[in-house]
Design a protein around this ligand. Structure first.
Ligand code: NI
Length: 163
């Protein structure tokens, strides 16, 4: 297990378009393992390869902590509905912002054995799929934030006041 360094906003690698994966190799298998380790270590629900400096179309997502998905060369086939809520990114530490996303997404991707599969998700999973796939084209959620980007610490204070 290896934890990789997470690149942060301002790093050029996060603005690049990633290349398709043509075949599984031991190096890519290791990258995927490391991406999962790195995501769990950082308490994230998703991580895209460019966030660890690799310009390949690979994403890992786990919104429950026990149900990891590996998405290689993913594409969104269908989306429906709308959800508006807080979003964050391991590459934009300490920040959060309001983003509107589809409430339902169906994607097609290859798994770590290069078998094609479809993944459907609603709510947080739909949000994570959209967010992570945008990383593969060099986009960050901060481009879509409605209103101001907020500090997570301010948000936590606000929530405490409400209690
Ligand atoms: Ni992100």
């Amino acid at each position: 297990m290896a934890i990789r360094n997470i690149r942060e906003i301002g790093d050029e690698v996060l603005t690049k378009k990633c290349k398709e994966v043509k075949e599984m190799t031991p190096r890519i298998k290791e990258l995927i393992e490391d991406m999962l380790d790195t995501m769990y270590e950082a308490n994230g629900v998703g991580l895209a390869a460019p966030q660890v400096g690799i310009l390949k179309r690979i994403v890992v997502i786990d919104v429950t902590g026990e149900d990891p998905y590996v998405l290689i060369n993913p594409r969104i086939l269908q989306s429906d509905g709308e959800q508006t809520g807080h979003e964050g990114c391991l590459s934009v530490p300490g920040k959060t912002g309001i983003v509107t996303r589809p409430n339902y997404v169906k994607a097609v991707a290859f798994n770590e054995n290069m078998e094609e599969y479809e993944l459907e998700g609603t709510e947080l999973l739909a949000r994570a799929i959209c967010h992570e796939l945008e990383h593969l084209d060099g986009h960050l959620y901060v481009e879509k934030v409605e209103g101001e980007l907020m500090n997570l610490s301010d948000l936590e204070e606000e929530e405490e006041e409400q209690e």
